[in-house]
Structures are given as structure tokens and as C-alpha cells.
Ligand binder design. Structure first.
Ligand code: SF4
Length: 147
């Protein structure tokens, strides 16, 4: 898949130290999307590269998060399997809704953020947001952890 960046973050997934991969090419076109006018050349990131990276850092992180973008279903599934090989949690941020995500992908996720970004309603930190952050293993919405 084509990505913009990879970095370790503490904000995307509550209570986790997360290796966050920002995926290129989201087509949803939310107004004021922070990635819409970004001036970074995307680069190819393969499952093999993910595996090598996780070999290096898996002892220092607890989760891997794929952020936004346009992923190929099979590539994403392969990468989620690679993450699970290291006993790490998995998260997907998407502008789609929960029912849009195929069950096969959903079953491989521990967390998911769904809902497009609507500027007037704000993101996960906002009380009026339309977006929902799910702890899928406990079947619980945990937006409160962002407040
Ligand atoms: S879903 Fe996220 S990445 Fe896609 S356009 Fe909306 S804000 Fe941007």
C-alpha cells in the first residue's frame, strides 16, 4: 500500500503505544481533511517491510494503527495477520461506517474509528462528533477516553 508516514504515537488509540501508519489516497474528501493538501510524496510500504519493522519495535509498542487512506482489502488483511503474529493489537481509522467494513477485516481488529470528518462537529475529542471509536473486543464505544 502507499503511505505518507509511519510513527509511534500515544494519541490515536487510548491506553496503547501505537505504531501508526498513515495510508495515502482516501477518496472521501471530507472538508478540511488534514491530509488533503499535504505536500508529502507517498511511498510504497509492503507487508514484508511491516514485518521487518515489527521485528525491530514490537517489544516497545502495544498496537498498530492504519490511519485513513485507501487500502486494498487483501493487503490490509495480510498486514493485520502480520501484526497479530507479534501479539499486538490492531486498529483502523476510517471515514466509512462500521457496516461498510467487511466482517473478515473487522474480526482482525481490536479497535476501529468510524465516521467521516465533519468540521462543524469536530473529531474524537469533541462531544458533538459524529465519529465513533469502538473497542471491538469488548463491544464498547470508548469516545470518552478522548475527552
Ligand atoms: S476520512 Fe479521514 S483521511 Fe479521508 S478525507 Fe475524511 S478526514 Fe481525510
Amino acid at each position: 500500500m502507499k503511505i505518507y508516514s509511519e510513527m509511534i504515537t500515544l494519541q490515536e488509540v487510548p491506553d496503547e503505544i501505537t505504531y501508526t501508519i498513515s495510508v495515502h489516497g482516501c477518496q472521501l474528501g471530507c472538508k478540511n481533511c488534514s491530509w488533503a493538501n499535504v505536500n508529502i510524496e507517498p511511498y510504497e510500504f509492503t507487508n514484508k517491510m511491516l514485518d521487518i519493522k515489527l521485528k525491530e519495535i514490537s517489544n516497545y509498542i502495544s498496537c498498530v494503527c492504519f490511519l485513513g487512506g485507501e487500502w486494498n482489502r487483501f493487503e490490509l488483511i495480510d498486514m493485520l495477520d502480520t501484526v497479530k503474529k507479534y501479539n499486538l493489537k490492531t486498529c483502523l481509522y476510517t471515514g466509512l461506517e462500521l457496516f461498510d467494513i467487511d466482517v473478515y477485516i473487522r474480526d482482525k481488529l481490536d479497535y476501529i474509528k468510524v465516521g467521516r470528518y465533519i468540521d462543524e462537529l469536530g473529531g474524537l475529542k469533541s462531544y458533538s462528533t459524529n465519529q465513533t471509536f469502538w473497542d471491538l473486543k469488548n463491544n464498547e464505544i470508548i469516545n470518552r477516553k478522548f475527552h
